[in-house]
Design a protein around this ligand. Structure first.
Ligand SMILES: [Zn+2]
Length: 451
């Protein structure tokens, strides 16, 4: 579909409004500084639900509601503590944090010899004899030569996700994982682990260590492989608790049954305040609807914002949403998630048919004035992933990724790490794409099979 002058004007208008009268930044200020980290099942998560519901209601949308989901409740407990003991009585403290979902250590902590590995394969190759009774230290760093830092993350996150399950089966007593962070600093980065089918008795505690701590532990081990490592954590898994996805929509004027979704996840980890992950994606998604309300542009299709609960340690919100949509026979034409940080937007990645992608890629010139150039095929977002069998075009906002892992899941993920213009440009970029999908959705509906 060739770009028309009114599309050029509409995009300019959306960007102008986001940059001069945007609300995303002040919403995020409240979420981050008045509420804080929003781990599933926490009081802060409940406060964030109430706050965003109230703010969406104030926009005058056609409908705002809460969708119930049950979520896991894991709490960190008292601050974790760890040290390297290079000789009896000779200790150096190192920063650690429990991985989400981990079991605690015994109340007095665990002290054991350490074996360093570069990943799961090396662990398996070493086998039970080398591992039994020890703390396994996974130290494969993120690959700095990857320009897309998410690839570097994908290249080592298996250590965090599955390290405890695999080491526990081999008789290890604990796991320490190098933080998923490209720079050297003193902040441990949490994130979820999975025990899977591991029998309860073999579930061992796991923690992330800061990158500086990992370097120190590794060099100390090279000097003396017989050192001991001590750590203590008192995290705990409770029974599931009720929570909610927060949803609002503007009903379509012509095709109200066709849904265009924008969203992010409202829960976050507990160490920082979750400004980048994923407060940014939530307020950008809310801003998309606000921009449409403010321009007076009435979408032809139903435009829905979904703030998903529990992306970080369960994905219950995303799964519950997709299940409910299937049950109600809802028809999602398009879903766009922002969950890669609130940095300068570069473009989008699309999970869709060749035909739909070719059509969307033809809109690239409209985005050039805003330095948006990346239109790739690939993943979209974790929360909208469960909608895939229902056939919508799935998309993810792709911001610059160079700094994301300085903050991701760490205490550094705070509002002070957010740049107002970058956040607003992301919201405007999302609104621009949603506008074009709404306007040219007839052809897109045909190319996705018109389901
Ligand atoms: Zn996230």
């Amino acid at each position: 579909m060739a770009a028309q002058q009114n599309d050029v004007d509409m995009l300019r208008h959306l960007y102008n409004m986001a940059l001069t009268r945007g609300k995303a930044y002040s919403w995020l200020d409240h979420l981050s500084n008045q509420i804080g980290g929003r781990l599933s099942g926490s009081v802060q998560a409940e406060q964030a639900i109430a706050y965003t519901q109230k703010e969406l209601e104030a926009l005058g949308l056609d409908r705002v509601w809460l969708q119930p989901v049950m979520v896991p409740k894991w709490v960190r407990g008292a601050a974790e503590f760890a040290y390297i003991e290079s000789a009896p009585g000779n200790t150096t403290n190192v920063p650690i944090c429990a991985l989400g979902g981990s079991v605690p250590t015994p109340a007095g902590g665990i002290k054991a010899p350490v074996i360093e590995v570069q990943g799961l394969e090396e662990l398996q190759a070493l086998g039970r004899e080398a591992v039994e009774g020890k703390i396994v230290f996974f130290n494969r760093p993120m690959d700095p030569t990857q320009i897309n830092t998410f690839r570097a993350y994908a290249g080592c996150v298996d250590q965090r996700a599955s390290g405890a399950a695999e080491a526990g089966m081999l008789g290890a007593v604990g796991v320490i994982v190098r933080s998923m962070n490209l720079r050297l600093d003193d902040y441990p980065h949490t994130g979820s682990l999975r025990y899977g089918d591991t029998p309860e008795a073999m579930r061992i505690p796991a923690a992330a260590i800061s990158t500086n701590g990992a370097e120190l532990l590794s060099t100390t081990l090279k000097l003396n492989p017989d050192i001991q490592f001590y750590f203590r954590q008192s995290c705990r898994q409770y029974d599931d608790v009720p929570s909610y996805n927060v949803i609002g929509e503007i009903r379509g004027s012509t095709y109200p049954e066709e849904i265009l979704l924008v969203g992010g996840h409202l829960d976050s980890w507990d160490l920082g305040d979750g400004s980048h992950d994923d407060g940014a994606g939530c307020v950008q998604s809310m801003e998309v609807l606000r921009l449409f309300m403010e321009t007076g542009y009435r979408p032809r299709r139903t435009l829905r914002v979904v703030l998903f609960m529990n992306e970080e340690n369960g994905l219950r919100g995303g799964r519950g949403y997709a299940e409910a949509a299937a049950q109600k026979g809802e028809k999602h034409l398009f879903a766009l998630e922002s969950d890669s940080g609130g940095f300068t937007p570069r473009g989008f990645s699309f999970d869709c048919t060749d035909e739909a992608f070719a059509q969307i890629a033809a809109w690239k010139p409209l985005f050039e004035p805003y330095l948006i150039h990346q239109f790739d095929r690939g993943g979209s977002g974790a929360d909208i992933g469960p909608l895939k069998p229902q056939g919508p075009i799935l998309a993810g906002l792709r911001p610059d990724t160079q700094r994301y892992f300085d903050y991701h899941h760490a205490e550094t993920d705070t509002f002070s790490a957010i740049n107002r213009r970058e956040l607003e440009l992301g919201a405007a970029t999302m609104a621009a794409l949603v506008y074009l999908v709404d306007r040219y959705g007839d052809a897109l509906a045909v190319s996705t099979g018109g389901q």
